[in-house]
Ligand binder design. Sequence first.
Ligand SMILES: [Zn+2]
Length: 408
Amino acid sequence: MRRSFVLAALSALALHTSVNAQQPPAGGGRGRGGGRGTPIAPGESCPAGTTEIRPRSCMAPEFAPPSILDYRPKSTLVVPAHMVKTAKYPAIDFHGHPQGLLGNAQGLDSLGKAMDELNIRMMVSADNMSGDRLKNTLASLKTSEKLKDRVRILAGISFQNVGPGWAEKAIAQLEADVTAGAVGIGEIGKGLGLTTKKPDGSRLKIDDPELDPIWDAAARLKLPVFIHTADPSEFFKPIDYNNERWLELSLFSDRRYPQDRFPSFETLSAERDNMFRKHPKTLFVAAHMGWIASDLGKLGKMLDEMPNVYTEVGAVLYDIGRQPRAAHDFFVKYQDRILFGKDSFQPEEYPYYWRVFETKDDYFDYYRDYHAFWKLYGIDLPDEVLKKVYYKNALKITPMLPQNGWPK
Ligand SMILES: [Zn+2]
């Protein structure tokens, strides 16, 4: 809408100024006022390449329109702007993927420096580590004075060959990983439900009864289960010009889930919720706000129905920041159920989260254009809500995290 308006305004402007040589007008000037445009019937939309300039009247821009890649209008809005480089309270990144940085002194150094600058006091590595890889990483961590108490690791579960005998083996491995130092389980990846197969070739459903013993073991061992299910719902839809993620889907072929080859978003969500319901004593953290941050009413219903479920905000800032009033109210209402997490480790991206959570700034840029064709707004969370989202909720559900020294 905004884009169409600006294009129409540009063409109007062109009538009154000498046009630069790069973008000569395609035709002669037309008079202002009525008579322009092609009429459409009520309820009809404008033909491709045109935009609605008056009710039921469509017009094509005089200049060749830029592609969505090249159209980068600069906002003329002048409003207070508060950049937030450092979180107001120490944060726990519950969705950390520091990956290679944990294994050597140089990586640990650069991670520690970035965490200090951002006020991330603790990083929870959700890199699905288990066995020797987990032990080696923990050993490397112990060599870092700065980070040995500031990084904790979630244990991974292997969903290969789920069948008779699988659960006993998986639980024994999990218990060994906890003895080694794991503080939770995760990140259970989107492959569960989407692509992982059972030995007979059938799809391993998220609520498969053969998985039940591992979720019960998590409750017994007091391990929160951090789980990523499905992906944005648009990835499961036809890739047409109404798809909000058209550009992303066009850029990344592995994000396309054509419905003749993959289960639907709804099927995966229903299996996940069924699994949550079957294990009320197990604490689950639905990563990425369950991929329903664009429908906070639905997410609220899920949290209302299932007191054992928490959620995490990684990689869905574009949905939080485009609905500042609804998101503010949601975070206040569910302040005990939301955890901070970032997902992909890019130090320069964290301040966008701080700015959305902590300020009431209007209309500012997001960090990835291909995710979102819109701007963000601050949701201005009260201090007590910030503390819960940044660290208190993670400490509450993860008893093995270092619990001392946090602000009250
Ligand atoms: Zn992740």
